[in-house]
Design a binder for this molecule. Structure first.
Ligand SMILES: Nc1ncnc2c1ncn2[C@@H]1O[C@H](COP(=O)(O)OP(=O)(O)O)[C@@H](O)[C@H]1O
Ligand SMILES: [Mg+2]
Length: 482
């Protein structure tokens, strides 16, 4: 071990159990719009203040998938960080692959990465020997780290628990500590046991345990049930449930992301369509923004104009009209326009190359409209569009169509249904991958078309490298199927 390395930050290799670093927490908190949750924030602050007086406080932040548990916890950790309070953030992932102490190891690694080696040494002291068992990279920081004596499993576990508590105690005494096990419904048994132990044994410490979990995943025999049974006994225990954002919050989100006060009608429509689910909200706004430039240029009354035009123009305007309808959350309207145009196209004979590009565009919009309605045959149109674009050498549009197809089926979770072979998806994937830039986020999405362990692994690496959180979440959600 060279001495010059002792100041280097260890753990550079990313792995599936990697947690967000403090820096990640800070940037994600600071850079994108976050609305509402004031009451939750107030309750969390109160819980943290209670914890800081020297009373460990377990708080569970619960709710359905994508309702904002992680984000709310991040925003909170970010504001706590601004007060000098430290965060240990450990994500649990779905499936058997969560290794023992996975989230704790991830949390410790994140913490170590964000810390000054000198301070870390002070905080770890003798605990480092034991922690070295689950954090092999610690040796880089502590070159003289002794190899722990072999103990029977039970004793080794207790020693590890003691060492972790010693470290948490040192950090929390000085700064206060927020410990966030994210997605606790997927935690491994060892981490759950440690959590119970921590809350029971460290009553006087300045720690807020802020765990998140999806309630709907719990069943009677779920291992988390037992842990919750222990945690609720704690006098400071709290459960905070997140529900959909209200009309006002949706309005504020639209205002801040679209850069101006939105019409009441739009706010109501978006609120209705998303049921206040923030992920849907984020996605809808992304769609609106991508097309707002175009929207500014499109004249009203497109439908009327269409009737007065010749075929070529008619098709082109139908495409514009359908896109316009799509962007105003009227996919049924878009479908009507497109199907009429397709009828006219089919009635025509002797298509030129130019017609092919229009046919591709028609199928593309049709697929998007069907996707917006949630109809699984969306893929059929999108694949037609992909093939035509591909033949025409229109790489950008080909990838766009293939991706909409992938993401459409990702959202309705129908990867394994008859569509797969019936629609020639394997060959689509192969061809689309050849067109996409290797290592790009598009390539990642295309890869996980076929859910195999190897493809998921590659897609995950791409998601992390490109920062595509949506892809990462999706891959991790499928981890079990691979
Ligand atoms: N209050 C909010 N304001 C703006 N965006 C939000 C809000 N809550 C969540 N989001 C966004 O919605 C998406 C889903 O939230 P997330 O916290 O990942 O859900 P969960 O952890 O409950 O599954 C993320 O992109 C997140 O940034
Ligand atoms: Mg989450």
């Amino acid at each position: 071990m060279s001495k010059s390395r002792s100041n280097a930050v260890p753990f550079r290799n990313k792995s599936i159990t990697e947690s967000s670093t403090m820096a990640d927490l800070c940037t994600s908190g600071a850079s994108t719009v976050f609305v509402g949750r004031e009451r939750v924030a107030a309750r969390l602050s109160e819980a943290l203040n209670g914890a800081l007086t020297g009373r460990i406080t377990p708080v569970m932040l619960v709710g359905e998938a994508e309702i904002g548990k992680t984000r709310t916890a991040k925003e909170f950790a970010y504001s706590a960080g601004a007060r000098g309070i430290r965060t240990l953030w450990g994500v649990c992932y779905e499936g058997e692959r969560t290794p023992p102490y996975g989230p704790l190891v991830a949390a410790l690694r994140g913490y170590i990465r964000a810390s000054q080696p000198g301070e870390l040494k002070m905080q770890m002291k003798s605990a480092a020997t034991g922690l070295g068992e689950i954090l092999p990279g610690l040796k880089e920081l502590f070159p003289n780290l002794a190899t722990p004596v072999n103990l029977p499993t039970f004793d080794a576990r207790l020693r590890l628990f003691d060492n972790m508590m010693e470290f948490f105690s040192a950090v929390s005494r000085e700064h206060g500590l927020v410990l966030v096990p994210d997605n606790l419904q997927w935690a491994d048994a060892s981490s759950l046991q440690f959590l119970e132990h921590l809350v029971a044994e460290m009553g006087q410490s300045r720690i807020l345990v802020l765990a998140t979990y999806r309630e709907e995943e719990l069943c009677r025999r779920h291992p988390l049930g037992r842990t919750l049974g222990e945690l609720v006994k704690h006098p400071a225990f709290q459960r905070i449930r997140l529900t959909g954002l209200g009309l006002r919050e949706v309005g504020r989100y639209l205002e801040q992301t679209l850069g101006g006060p939105p019409k009441t009608e739009l706010v109501e429509k978006v609120h209705r369509r998303t049921t206040g689910n923030p992920l849907f909200l984020v996605e809808i706004v992304r769609g609106i923004r991508e097309h707002e430039e175009w929207e500014r240029r499109v004249p009203a009354g497109i439908q009327e104009a269409v009737d007065k035009l010749g075929t070529g123009k008619l098709i082109r305007y139908s495409i514009l009209g359908a896109e316009h309808a799509l962007n105003h959350f009227a996919p049924e309207e878009a479908l009507k326009i497109i199907d009429k145009a397709l009828e006219i196209m089919t009635a025509q004979s002797g298509r030129s190359a130019n017609d092919d590009s229009m046919t591709a565009a028609l199928y593309h919009v049709r697929g998007r409209a069907l996707d917006a309605i949630g109809d699984p045959v969306a893929s059929e149109s999108l694949i037609k569009a992909f093939r035509l674009y591909d033949e025409l050498g229109d790489k950008a549009h080909a990838i766009e169509a293939a991706l909409t197809s992938v993401q459409s089926r990702a959202s309705i979770g129908s990867f394994k249904i008859w569509l797969w072979n019936g629609l020639g998806l394997p060959s689509l994937q192969k061809r689309a991958l050849a067109v996409a830039t290797p290592g790009s986020s598009e390539a990642g999405w295309l890869l996980c078309q076929e859910v195999t362990a190897a493809n998921l692994q590659k897609a995950l690496a791409i998601a992390k490298a490109t920062g595509d959180e949506k892809l990462e979440t999706w891959v991790l959600g499928r981890w079990d199927d691979g």
